[in-house]
Design a protein around this ligand. Structure first.
Ligand code: HEM
Length: 139
């Protein structure tokens, strides 16, 4: 399947590109010394998780409406995740995107991931009155 034509098409991925990125990224995550244990401890069956993540990125990048879920609730349940894990997550995600996709598309994924990571991170860790540096400066 190819990316749709028209303005902005360079930063709209095809479903095949999303599939490649999601599968490549979680292969790295599962093997990662820091993040692997967190994901492998929480996810028993990877196929449905990968399908869900393809639907999520399709909704974010293609506005396909394929994802119906609540990412914040899923992350609030996780134990042992700290801010440095978000820095690691973003660095692996960016590296995978640039390995597999054209530069402008990889950059578009990275930008969206960073915004979403920031909002998840705020939801998980922000407590009024607690000063901390912005995401990316702690990793
Ligand atoms: C330290 C960073 C992160 C960790 C450790 C983490 C871990 C996880 C885990 C273990 C799950 C599965 C939860 C479950 O099935 O009960 C999950 C789900 C999910 N994650 Fe993350 N995640 C991180 C960052 C992110 C970021 C930055 C995004 C988006 C850009 C994201 C998007 C999602 C989505 C959409 C789901 C599916 C939620 C649902 O069940 O509908 N995650 N994450």
């Amino acid at each position: 399947m190819s990316a749709p034509a028209g303005p902005g098409a360079a930063t709209i991925p095809s479903e095949d590109e999303i599939h490649a990125l999601v599968h490549g990224f979680y292969a790295k995550i599962r093997a990662d010394k820091e993040l692997g244990p967190i994901f492998n401890g929480a996810i028993a069956d990877w196929d449905p998780h990968l399908a869900k993540m393809c639907a999520f990125w399709s909704s974010v990048m293609r506005m396909s409406g394929r994802y119906h879920g609540n990412p914040m609730a899923a992350h609030l349940r996780l134990k042992g995740v700290d801010s440095a894990h978000f820095g690691r997550w973003l660095s692996l995600f960016g590296a995978t995107a640039h390995e597999l996709l054209r530069p402008e598309l990889a950059a578009a994924f990275e930008a969206r991931a960073k915004t979403i990571a920031r909002s998840l991170e705020l939801g998980m860790f922000y407590r009024p009155g607690l000063e901390r540096p912005p995401l990316g400066e702690t990793a």
